[in-house]
Design a protein around this ligand. Structure first.
Ligand code: SAM
Length: 218
């Protein structure tokens, strides 16, 4: 896997691939505060998927300080519902939405995603999972209910720096349960009859699924 390191950033900046503006400011502040946000390669693919899909409604699980939510709004016409359970990050995210002039397009729901998701009504054209990785498999039934036919499901960090590919015995004992659940998620989205899925070794590993429409391939 290619890491999103400083060399990549400098190269992409020189190639004119890194836009400035509020999203970039949020990324910089998040990095200084050690708040995780999507990697640059994931950000690039997200932008291309948004351009191709043109979603009107996006659901994000895992707001952090709002980088990806603001980015999604800045390169699409979508309105975003995003879920976060960390109080300090929620406060910062709300300030960032304000600063970006996007508070009216982003609805931040405070709480644990596992409890919030069953109460949501869809459909969403794109769903982006970027929270507790071990919970993705538990989110899946609601995610499939909420995803529109033809909708796209993205799940970040599904390869865990490549550790998911290692034998379970090569992995720290405390990570084994999370890894087992991520493997279950990868398998579930890969074999699900309603989904067409690719798992990309991009960033920290991204699964990309499309919800099929009827019996026909999308
Ligand atoms: N999507 C964000 C971005 O790229 O700007 C980054 C999200 S960060 C990787 C993951 C976030 O998910 C953290 O801020 C964490 O507090 C939140 N989170 C973790 N478990 C959660 C849960 N069960 N419910 C809601 N949020 C959760």
């Amino acid at each position: 896997m290619i890491s999103d390191d400083e060399r990549f950033r400098v190269f992409m900046e020189a190639a004119g691939c890194i836009p400035g503006g509020v999203p970039e400011e949020i990324r910089k502040t998040a990095a200084a505060d050690h708040v995780p946000v999507i990697r640059r390669s994931t950000q690039d693919l997200l932008r291309v998927i948004l351009a191709a899909k043109k979603p009107e409604t996006v659901l994000e699980v895992g707001t952090a300080v709002g980088f990806s939510a603001v980015y999604i709004c800045s390169c699409s016409g979508a309105s975003v519902v995003t879920i976060e359970n960390n109080g300090e990050r929620i406060r910062t995210a709300r300030k960032n939405f304000e600063k970006a002039g996007m508070s009216d397009r982003i609805r931040l729901i405070e709480g644990d995603a596992e409890q919030v998701l069953p109460g949501l009504k869809g459909p969403f054209d794109l769903i982006f999972l970027d929270a507790a990785k071990g919970q993705y498999i538990a989110y899946l039934p609601d995610v499939l209910r909420l995803l529109a036919p033809g909708g796209i499901l993205l799940a970040d960090n599904v390869l865990q720096e490549g550790e998911i590919l290692d034998s379970r015995y090569a992995v720290d004992r405390r990570n084994r349960t999370i890894h087992r659940r991520i493997r279950e998620f990868i398998r579930a989205v890969s074999v699900h009859p309603d989904l067409e899925t690719a798992v990309l070794p991009l960033g920290d590993g991204l699964s990309v699924s499309v919800k099929k429409t009827g019996n026909r391939p999308v």
